[in-house]
Ligand binder design. Structure first.
Ligand SMILES: Nc1ncnc2c1ncn2[C@@H]1O[C@H](COP(=O)(O)OP(=O)(O)OP(=O)(O)O)[C@@H](O)[C@H]1O
Length: 455
């Protein structure tokens, strides 16, 4: 009976031809393994076993020996990982173990060329997960529970037993004489999951034998609804997006109920999963007209950035220490300003100004060059002398040109030996960069695209 149902389920899941089965030696995964091996010839997959010895329990040594023997006797390929006690952290060991386990599965999928990983989660795991999420609170999407099929690592993760109850699985194991080990943690009430398993689920079933199916039906309905919502959210995100990023104005005119889902979707497209308080901070920043620019740290090297009309989620820039903050310009040598641009001072006659790689240039009296020209980042209070005879604060130039804070910090300027700024590169040239008619010898300072020219 279970075999037939499993076979039907397996076909529904696309009858994968080669699978890596995560086997813990517990009843669920041993039954899953047996069911896979009992599939008819035409649908039986090539099977690899992934097993992790967490070294968390006294009996793990016995379990490891058991699975090794089982695989040998049944000619199954075993991928084993031992998690040394020395690597166990002090806190959140269950979570650490899970992370390490899934990382190992991914690694085996890649190295052993397994497009499909299977775990033996069953419907009791599902209801426990749903109840736990319900108690803990959080994102409603989590109430869809454990998914039966999802993309994972280089392929997919399938849980073919999700519609089978623990009871049915256990009965099958007993009837077929399938060997398995009891997980000791199942017997304790130390962990939250075990409390839910032992105290809450039995009470729910006491009230209604169908409680597990009902919870699953709700989870399925929620999945379907979320899929519909997702389609609409995607459409709205597409409206916000243009070449430069996501337009804040388009976001602010969205109906309130769409703003948060759209924000979350944009974040997810950048692999950022927002918490409620982060959403609140971002929303406040977006709505604050007095702050045309701002950043919010989201942890894991991620940042939310508001830059005038645009918002985005970006990885925090690692400071590039290879470029000094100050450089003395030497004639006939190119200086790399960043990955895209370089600058150099040359004799006027040596440069062909029609060269398409030239981004900009200024002429300069070669005496000024000889006295010493410096390239540096800006400092607060810097100003540049402008054509109407006055000075203009560099800060003001940045504000007027709506230059983002990042770009301000990345900007370079050219300063003479007498501390006069002659070029705020890419933004403003000083009147001092204009040569006098009487200047006899002229050099040229050229800003050029990287990767071209000499140097
Ligand atoms: N040590 C292990 N080695 C290999 N596979 C394992 C191991 N532990 C668990 N698994 C796989 O994960 C499934 C779920 O196990 P279990 O319920 O103990 O994990 P969980 O941590 O509660 O859940 P999740 O894996 O979703 O985090 C098992 O049926 C098995 O397929």
């Amino acid at each position: 009976m279970l075999n037939t149902k499993f076979e039907a389920q397996y076909r529904l899941l696309g009858s994968p031809k080669k699978v890596l089965v995560a086997v813990s030696t517990g009843v669920d995964s041993m039954v899953l393994l047996d069911l896979l091996r009992q599939l008819p010839n035409d649908s039986r997959p090539e099977i690899g076993i992934a097993y992790v010895d967490h070294q968390l329990r006294a009996q793990s040594q016995i379990e490891t020996e058991f699975i090794e023997k089982y695989c040998l006797e049944n000619q199954l390929k075993l991928y084993k990982k031992v998690w040394p006690v020395s690597e166990h952290g002090l806190k959140g060991i269950e979570n650490e173990a899970r992370k390490m386990r899934y990382a190992f599965f991914k690694q085996v999928m890649r190295s052993g060329d397994y497009p499909t990983l299977m775990t033996a989660h069953q419907s009791n795991d599902q209801i426990e997960t749903l109840v736990m999420k319900g108690i803990r609170g959080g994102d409603i999407r989590q109430l869809t529970g454990i998914s039966g099929i999802r993309s994972f690592g280089p392929g997919q993760l399938i849980r073919p037993l999700l519609s089978f109850s623990k009871q049915v699985i256990r009965q099958y194991a007993e009837k077929q004489g399938i060997p398995f080990f009891e997980d000791e943690t199942n017997q304790s009430t130390d962990f939250f999951r075990n409390r839910v398993r032992k105290e809450i689920i039995p009470k729910m079933l006491e009230n209604n034998q169908q409680a597990i199916e009902h919870a699953q039906t709700y989870a399925n309905q929620l999945s379907d609804l979320l899929e519909l919502v997702d389609e609409s959210v995607d459409e709205k995100v597409a409206v916000l997006k243009d070449k430069s990023g996501f337009q804040i104005k388009e976001w602010t005119i969205l109906a309130k109920k769409w703003q948060i889902p759209v924000l979350k979707k944009i974040a997810e497209s950048r692999d950022v999963f927002l918490k409620m308080d982060q959403i609140r901070q971002i929303t406040q920043l977006l709505m604050n007209p007095k702050k045309p620019q701002g950043k919010i740290d989201l942890g894991h090297d991620q940042q939310f950035v508001k830059q005038y009309e645009y918002m985005n989620f970006v990885k925090k820039e690692k400071k590039n220490d290879s470029t000094p903050e100050k450089m003395v310009v030497i004639k006939n040598i190119w200086f790399n300003l960043n990955k895209k641009e370089k600058i150099g001072v040359f004799n006027r006659d040596e440069i062909n100004l029609t060269d398409s790689d030239i981004l900009d240039y200024i002429f300069v009296d070669s005496l000024i060059v000889d006295e010493g020209l410096t390239l540096r980042r800006r400092l607060s209070g810097d100003f540049i002398s402008v054509t109407n005879g006055g000075n203009q604060k560099i800060k003001k130039i940045f504000i007027d040109q709506k230059v983002t804070k990042d770009d301000r910090n990345q900007a370079w300027l050219l300063e003479t030996n007498t501390k006069q700024i002659i070029w705020l590169i890419n933004y403003k040239k000083s009147e001092l960069s204009e040569p006098f008619e009487t200047d006899k010898i002229q050099d040229i300072i050229v800003l050029k695209k990287q990767g071209q020219g000499r140097g």
